[in-house]
Every structure is written in C-alpha cells, then in structure tokens.
Design a protein around this ligand. Structure first.
Ligand code: GDP
Ligand code: MG
Length: 441
C-alpha cells in the first residue's frame, strides 16, 4: 500500500529518529523531503502546501512532550495531521427513517461502481439489512448482466427493466419493488462515462431529484491520481455527493487520491475497495490509513502506553538520580515494575520500528527471570542497593542464598545493572541535548 510514499517518508523519519536533538533547519529539511514525497505520490499541490505548513508550524512551534525524542514528536505531528487530512474519524453511512434507505452510486466508467454495489450490499447484509440492487446503467453493454451475476453471488435480488427505459423510471420502479418485497435498503447502480460529461451529470441529477437518495456515493478509482481529485470535485459540484468510495487501493496506487479527496471536496471517504473480490471492501479509518502509510501504527500505541503508565514525577526523580549518578538497585526495581505495567518486554520492543526479529532473538527477555531479579534485589541490604560496588564475593554468596538463586545469576544481574547504568547515562546526555535543541523558536 502506497509503497513508494511509505518508503520515502520512513527514510526521512529514520534520519530524524537518529538525532538526539533537532534544529529548525533539520525540521525544514525533513519537511522538504516529506513535501517531495507527497507530490510524487500525486497528492494535490494545494493540499500538500497546506499540510506542510501545518506540520511545520506545530513542529517548529515546539510541541514538546517530555518523554519523547524530538524526532518522534515530528513523526507524531505528521501522523496526526495526515489523519486530519483524511477526515479524522470514521464516517459512517446513514439510514433513513422511512424505508427503504436509498443509496445511489455514481462515478466514471470503470471506477468500480457495479463491483462496489455488490460489495456494499454484501457488507450491509451482514449487518442484518435486506438490500435490493437496481440496475440503472442502460448504456454499458452487459452492465445489467454484470450486476445480476454479482447479486447471485451474494444472494441479493437485482431489479432490472432492460435498457430501453429511462433510468429515472427504473430507479423509481425499483424502489416500489423494494417496498413491496420488504427490502429496507436499495442500492442504485448508475451509468458512467469515460470522462465528465454534461449529459451524464444531468441524468444523475434527474435520478437524484426524483428518488432523493439518503446517500449519493461517489466511486473513485484511486489509481487515477490527480484525475481522481478532479473527478471528485466535478461530481461534488454538479451532482452533489455525500461520501466517497475509493477503489483499487490494492493496486499500484501512489496514494494521492486517498490523501487529497477529502481535503478538496470536503466529503468523507466512507469505504475503500482493496481488491476485486466481494469481501475486499473496508470501512475507511483515516487514523489507521495514516499509520499504514507511515508504517508506524504501533509506535503511537507505544507512546500512549508510555504516557499513561509512566509516573511523571517518578520519571523526573529518576532523571535527577541518573544525572547525579545515584541510580540504585531500588530504582532499578522500580523500573522493572513500571516496565511490567507496560506489558511484556518483548511486546514493547516489537512495537518499536526498526527492531527486527534478529535483534529480538539476541535479546533474551525471559519473563520468569524478572521474578528472580526481584528476589535478588530484595535480598540485598540497603547499603548494597544504593552502592552496588561494595558487593564482594561473600556478599554475593549471601545474596544468592537468601534469594534462592545461584551466584551466576547474581553476577549476571550485577553486570546488567552496570550496563543499564551506563545506558541511562547515555540517554540522559541525549535528552539534555534534545531539550536544548528544541528551544529554537
Ligand atoms: P463500473 O464501470 O464503475 O461499474 O466499474 P466495475 O465495477 O465494472 O469495475 C471495473 C473493474 O475494476 C472491474 O474489472 C473490477 O473487477 C475492478 N475493480 C473494482 N473495484 C476494485 C478494487 O477495489 N480493486 C481492484 N483491484 N479492482 C477493482
Ligand atoms: Mg458498472
């Protein structure tokens, strides 16, 4: 999905993440790269410009989140703005109070209207609706047959009157049929053209005026890039639409349509087609789509987790201790407990992008080992916990005995503790640098 775009954005973000601190020019350079990546992905020029300005304003304005590195903050902002661009939250189709609810599909020829009629009917059927499909495309050869085939596959009735009757009358007759048969939902399949054309627009307006559909859903082929946006704009202005169905997102699409349609038409994307099969149809979630594009869905979950479980005051105390080299085994124990609150170590590590399977294999995180570690620390005296350098051979023996572990296990922990101390010192140095780098208003 949007591979080219995702790859470029991720490369840009990797550079940011590698830096302990960011300068204003780092952010500007990153935004220049994001801008190029979006333009190459066929995102509408004006949309890109607005988007970049918003992100820059927030990033350079210095939205500081103490627990994050500046690089992560920029990524978080991009993710949030990208979600907003695509509509912020899921936009559901609505149902009318008087039955049947009528949906009308519109769009250019080949965009995927007939296919989407079937997909949507299938989805609605699963939500306990009783749909009826109406074949109102009287121009495309075999269009009626195509809809009937789809209907048979999903066991949904199809209403048709051949290709000699006006589509407005077909639609009206179909709705009467639905009322008679107790169908609570009607989906009208209409004709398309290869290009926007006034005759088509007029026909669609006529149908719309006569049947007053609850939702006019515009079907747009995401592979057509910039054109998709122009098409959406024309239909939106001339026929009036309530939502968009973006098809062929499974293909080699560059992503421009998904990222611009909402901004240009101000109409939500409601569903996406992810393949030719009936089931390959999803409700559109802007947040998940943004995460998919950025290849970073779980980072946000991780950040949220860290924010909700990390005790800020404790974190600050800890930082002070680390700076003054007073970090002790008591703090270590505290850290372990906080880590446990966040979930398993492995689970946490897996959420970090760039931490591959290989690194995880090398990292031997045994949950049971944590129990031993706690026991060992609890067997230490107060003095030993705050000043581990006094733990000599005989003390090690005593601690191992007291905790029911072995001297090897005690040695291992002492070594790990020393490493952790070193690592924390590096982190605090980095953080200090990062905070300085953030004050670049
Ligand atoms: P219509 O002219 O607007 O009714 O378009 P159709 O429903 O006939 O679809 C045109 C072509 O696009 C068909 O070959 C469909 O199988 C294909 N198609 C529709 N939606 C999707 C989709 O989401 N993914 C892929 N890969 N193909 C699709
Ligand atoms: Mg069709």
């Amino acid at each position: 999905l949007f591979e080219g775009l995702a790859e470029k954005l991720q490369a840009t973000f990797d550079k940011l993440k590698g830096k302990g601190k960011l300068t204003e020019s780092d952010v500007k350079e990153a935004m220049r790269e994001v801008k190029l990546a979006l333009l190459e992905a066929d995102v509408n020029f004006k949309v890109v410009k607005d988007f970049i300005n918003k992100v820059k304003e927030r990033a350079i304005g210095g939205e500081v989140l103490e627990s994050l590195t500046p690089g992560q903050q920029v990524i978080k902002i991009v993710n949030e703005e990208m979600t907003l661009l695509m509509g912020s939250s899921e936009s559901k189709v609505t149902f009318s109070s008087t039955l049947p609810t009528v949906y009308m599909m519109v769009g250019l020829q080949g965009s995927g209207k007939t296919t989407s009629c079937g997909k949507l009917a299938n989805m609605m059927k699963k939500q306990q609706k009783k749909p009826l499909l109406i074949a109102a495309d009287i121009y495309r050869p075999a269009a009626i047959e195509q809809l009937k085939t789809v209907g048979e596959k999903i066991d949904v009735p199809v209403f048709s009157m051949g290709n000699q009757i006006d589509p407005v009358n077909i639609a009206k007759a179909g709705i009467e049929e639905a009322k008679k048969n107790g169908n609570d939902l009607v989906i009208i399949d209409t004709a398309g053209r290869l290009h926007i054309d006034n005759v088509l627009m007029e026909e669609l307006q006529n149908i719309k005026n006569e049947v007053k559909p609850q939702e006019v859903l515009l079907v747009v082929d995401s592979m057509t890039g910039q054109d998709a946006v122009n098409v959406a704009e024309s239909f939106s202005n001339q026929v009036g639409i309530d939502g968009v169905i973006l098809t062929k997102l499974d293909g080699d699409t560059r992503g421009g349509a998904a990222l611009s349609v909402r901004a240009v038409t101000n109409k939500p994307i409601k569903f996406v087609g992810m393949g030719e099969k009936i089931e390959e149809f999803e409700t559109f979630h802007p947040d998940r789509m943004a995460s998919r594009i950025l290849g970073m869905g779980d980072v946000l979950t991780l950040i949220e987790k860290a924010q909700t479980t990390m005790d800020m005051k404790k974190a600050q105390e800890l930082e002070k201790k680390m700076r003054t080299q007073q970090f002790s085994f008591d703090d270590f124990l505290d850290q372990l407990q906080q880590m446990k609150n966040m979930g398993s170590m492995k689970e946490i590590l897996e959420m970090i992008p760039g931490v591959g399977g290989k690194q995880l294999k090398n990292l031997d995180v045994d949950e049971k080992e944590l129990v031993y570690i706690e026991a060992i620390i609890q067997s230490m005296t107060k003095g030993e916990r705050s000043n581990p350098s006094i733990i000599n051979g005989s003390r090690r023996k005593r601690i191992a005995f007291g905790s029911g572990t072995s001297i090897q296990q005690v040695n291992k922990l002492l070594k790990q503790f020393e490493q952790t101390r070193k690592m924390m010192k590096q982190f605090t140095d980095m953080e200090k640098g990062a905070k300085k780098g953030n004050r670049f208003k």
